[in-house]
Structure formats: C-alpha cells, structure tokens
Ligand binder design. Structure first.
Ligand SMILES: C=C(O[C@@H]1C=C(C(=O)O)C=C[C@H]1O)C(=O)O
Length: 353
C-alpha cells in the first residue's frame, strides 16, 4: 500500500477520534456541572485508576499498558480543565523534576505556578492561588525531604495522589568538545549522583559551580559556551542547551516520590495507601505500643520516618508513617478511633509504588 493511502486511513481514523473525544468532553462537562452543584472534587484519582484498569483488561493490543496509561492520563488532565481550569503550584523553577512530575498528572492544559520553596508551594494552595500543590517527599538515594515533612505537620491539606518518577540526569553543553569545558553547573546533590560519569570523562579537574536547582544550571550553561550543566532533559529543552550525554547518574534506579496535595479527600479505590503523622510522647515503649495496634489490625506498614518536632509543636517528636489501606475501611477507622489523640491524618490515595 502506498504512503498516501495509509495516511488517508490515518486521517479518517483521526476524524473519528476527534469526534469521540469531543463527545467525551461534553459528558465530562456535565459531570463538572454536577460536581459544581454538589461540591464534589474535580480530580478523582481513584476513578481514573479504575478506567485505566478496565481498559487494560479488555485491551487486545498492539497498545501496551504504558501506552494506554500515557494516552489516557493526558485525556483525563485535559478533561479536568473542562470541568474547571486547574491551577497547580509546584517546587520550581520551570524545568525542575517537580515540574516534570506535575506535568505528568496535570497535562499540557493546566496552569502552572513555579515557586521557589516548599513552604511557598503549600502557602499558594492555602491562600487559594492554586488548587493543587506538587512537592517531592523522598528519594531512594537521599532519603526524605525534611521540609516537606515539616509542612505536612502544619497543613490541613490532604495528600490526594503520589507518583514515583525516575530521576535521570543529562550532561548538556553548548561546547563542541568535552575538553573545551571549564565549568559545570548543577545542584550539589546532582554532582554527587553523577560522580562516576565525571571521573570517567576526566571532568574531575574542572570547576564545579553549585546552584539552587538543576534548571538554573541549564539556564547558566545556555549563557556560557565554555560550561556544561547537569540537569533534566526538560530543562535542557526549555533553555535550548544541546544534550551531549543522557542518563549519566551512577544509580540508574534513582527515583523520587512526589505527592500531590489539595483540599479534598479521595474515596476508596480498593488499593490505597494512607499517610499519617504519629505524635508520640517521650516515654519508653510509646512507639512499640502504637505499632502493636497496627500489627493487631493486620495493617501492612510501608514506611516510617522519625522527625524532631519543632519547639512550638507541643509534643516531643513525631513519626511519618505510610501504610496500606484507606481511612474509611472499618479496620483502619477503628485504629484511628483508638489513637485519635496521637494521629494527624495526611490523606488516603491510590497506591503507586
Ligand atoms: C469526569 C470526571 O472527572 C475527572 C475526569 C475523569 C475523566 O476524564 O474520565 C475522571 C475522573 C476525574 O479526575 C469524573 O469524576 O468522572
């Protein structure tokens, strides 16, 4: 078959897709009106998960599960903007890994507000300048992000979704050859994460200039042809700096977990995770006793991290805990009832990792 004929077939299919997508959006708009009247939340991750699961089940191929997920996540993100424009605050600057995570969930049509600090991102949602906050919470090489945990202790917002994203670094430069590079810009932890690459390419003798973010590093390298930057590929694209090497991190399994916060609570999806802060008193056995209740209720703990409470907190120290289940499931509800003076509930959301 000739190319023109194949392309005619594609055009005809696209016409049908467009019609169907418009039809879908019209129904979504009706859902939006309904939610408006009843005060329901626009973003419903558990419903989106159920749709993807159903489609993957009945899929005959050649589309893969990843392809279906990529296509439909973008459709959902666009759809939500037809219910109500979505404004998303994230830890910037533009081109940061958090930006990449936010775009993954809120797509190309949402409005994004890059902010310079984690407290500023929370504040934007508290002050109604954005409906959603996207911040990193932990990295498998560097551990928990202390500032995010501190904000969680103070906020009324709830975690409504989580996502794990592989963190790949690129080596970007406007220089023609490696030996012309005199300086490398990046964030301090990114230099650490790419140590073997820098040694192998004899870049250990050039000057390392730490800057606040890998996105800023890309911007600096864009204006300095004798330099390079270690940054994300989204930052390289944003500041038009050519990529010389990709995936230069020592640990290719480098992953960051991001959380999305908002002012509503999710309904159960059947495979949820719940996050809490446990404020425990400074006496022997208090953590032991607390965890014993989880064991007795047959609840699977996923993560626990201790954190010193601030001076003004009024208790001694606390633990951040993730476990399997949703707050509205009876056995979890009972746990919450038993420990209501010790638990600050942070959110139940679809488990992604
Ligand atoms: C349409 C809805 O709102 C949003 C958009 C969805 C969609 O496009 O299918 C699904 C869930 C929500 O995030 C809904 O809640 O059903």
């Amino acid at each position: 078959m000739k190319l023109e004929e194949l392309r005619r077939q594609i055009d005809a299919i696209d016409d049908k897709l467009l019609e169907l997508l418009n039809e879908r959006i019209e129904v979504v708009q009706k859902v939006g009106e309904l939610k408006h009247r009843t005060g329901g939340a626009i973003y419903r991750p558990e419903r989106e998960k159920a749709i993807i699961e159903r489609l993957v089940q009945q899929n005959r191929g050649p589309l893969t599960e990843t392809a279906i997920e990529a296509i439909f996540l973008e459709i959902f993100a666009v759809a939500r903007n037809f219910e109500q424009p979505q404004r998303v605050a994230y830890l910037g600057p533009e081109g940061s890994f958090t930006h990449q995570a936010a775009e993954n969930r809120f797509g190309a049509m949402s409005e994004y507000i890059p902010l310079h600090s984690i407290p500023a991102v929370f504040k934007a949602v508290h002050a109604d300048r954005a409906r959603f906050a996207v911040v990193p919470i932990e990295n498998n090489t560097n551990g928990f992000v202390g500032e995010t945990l501190d904000e969680l202790a103070k906020t009324d917002l709830k975690i409504v979704a989580e996502l794990y994203m592989p963190i790949h670094h690129s080596f970007v430069t406007k220089a023609q050859h490696l030996h012309l590079i005199k300086r490398i810009y990046s964030k301090d932890i990114a230099f650490n994460q790419c140590r073997s690459f820098l040694l192998e390419h004899e870049l250990d003798a050039v000057e390392y200039i730490p800057v606040e973010s890998t996105a800023k590093a890309a911007k600096m390298a864009a204006n300095d042809p004798e330099s390079a930057a270690i940054c994300s590929h989204i930052a390289a694209k944003l500041y038009h700096v050519p990529i010389m090497f990709e995936n230069i991190e020592d640990n290719h399994k480098n992953k960051t977990r991001f959380i999305i916060l908002s002012d509503f609570e999710n309904a159960p999806s059947g495979a949820d995770k719940t996050s809490i802060l446990a404020k425990l008193s400074d006496k022997p056995g208090s953590l032991y006793e607390f965890l014993q209740s989880f064991h007795d209720a047959n609840v699977n703990l996923k993560k626990i991290e201790s954190r010193p409470a601030g001076e003004e907190a009024g208790f001694d120290y606390w633990f951040y805990i993730d476990f399997e289940g949703h707050k509205d499931e009876p056995h979890i509800r009972k746990l919450f009832e038993k420990h209501k003076d010790e638990i600050k509930y942070l959110g139940s959301y679809v488990q992604n990792g």
